[in-house]
Design a protein around this ligand. Structure first.
Ligand code: PEP
Ligand code: MG
Length: 315
């Protein structure tokens, strides 16, 4: 019994009927990476690289970046790590980039858009990631934030593959990308849905505004509809869809995401045990029924109630 309990606390993510859902961690530095291992993460689904450089006044060199990534990859060992290229700007300003002052930074130059004013930073980062991977042997994927168009995805994939990083994906966190997932999927190897920004742009509600928290409720059915559209689009090229936004750390909503066809969930390390436990208590069919319930209810409150009824243990 103790062994079973321990496995449930740190083992791989799976539903009660054995459907595997790799549970991954979101990390920003080496301390987070250690926590990820401690909490039984099966890998890292989102390494936020901007946090390595938040207080830098000058651009990090390729060697400095390589050392940072190496340290984190070494902690994860054989576990796969998805590294996101710099998501600077808006809520993550980086002093060394000398970004222009904009009236609406969340709608301005951020994420992959910075490539237009500063291409070198992306190439240097990809080179550093490739060196760190070569040094540690840790399986590495790379992904770009804030991709909105096919051209952006295509240019990022070419840059990543040019650096020898053949497994490359994009975050889906702008509604335009969600509506064109079928076309974007032809360019890359995977999608990772960032529900924090996706909710922000879908609802036109600043993610930093606590007054608008109701619009960021994961039970808002428009969020599930958008995830469903991304999963449907991903089927054209049969590429996997993960979720790495806050919504993945909500134990019941995580089950709904699995029911919608999401194949991996990535979250803060400390959220892993609760999501692992919630998944292990339901079947894949229950997850699917809960997903249908959310898609067919009109309001967030009704969606939550209907999904919970589907996720209740069988009598
Ligand atoms: C997101 O937008 O959901 C996400 C995971 O990325 P970040 O929170 O770093 O913008
Ligand atoms: Mg984001």
């Amino acid at each position: 019994l103790r062994e079973r309990r321990e496995r449930a606390a740190t083992g791989p993510g799976r539903t009660a009927d054995g459907y595997a859902v790799p549970l991954l961690a979101n990390v920003g530095n080496a301390a987070d990476a250690r926590l990820a291992v401690e909490f039984g993460a099966e890998g890292v689904g989102l390494l936020r690289t901007e946090f390595l450089f938040l207080d830098r006044q000058t651009a990090p060199t390729i060697a400095e970046q390589t050392a940072h990534y190496r340290e984190i990859l070494a902690i994860l060992g054989h576990r796969p790590v998805t590294i996101r290229t710099l998501d600077a700007g808006s809520d993550k300003p980086l002093p060394f980039l000398r970004l222009p002052v904009e009236p609406n930074p969340a709608l301005g130059l951020r994420g992959i858009r910075l490539r237009d004013i500063d291409e070198g930073t992306l190439y240097e980062q990809l080179a550093a990631i490739a060196s760190a991977r070569a040094a540690t042997g840790t399986p590495v994927k790379v992904m770009a934030p804030m991709v909105a168009t096919v051209e952006e995805a295509r240019r990022f994939a070419a840059a990543a593959r040019g650096a020898g990083l053949s497994d490359c994906g994009i975050m889906i966190e702008v509604p335009a990308a969600a509506t064109r997932a079928e076309f974007l999927g032809a360019e890359v190897d995977f999608f990772s849905i960032g529900t924090n920004d996706l909710s922000q742009y879908l609802f036109g509600a600043d993610r930093m505004s606590s007054a608008l928290a109701a619009l960021h409720d994961p039970w808002q059915p428009a969020l599930a509809s958008t995830v469903a559209a991304v999963v449907a689009g991903s089927r054209a090229d049969d590429i996997p869809v993960g979720v790495c936004g806050e919504a993945a750390s909500h134990p019941e909503f995580a089950c709904v995401l699995v029911g919608l066809g999401v194949s991996t969930l990535s979250m803060a390390p400390r959220s892993l045990p609760a999501v692992r436990a919630a998944l292990s208590a339901v079947t894949l069919d229950q997850c699917r029924a809960a997903a249908v319930a959310v898609l067919t209810e009109a309001t967030a409150a009704e969606a939550a109630r209907a999904a919970r009824a589907e996720l209740r243990p069988a009598e």
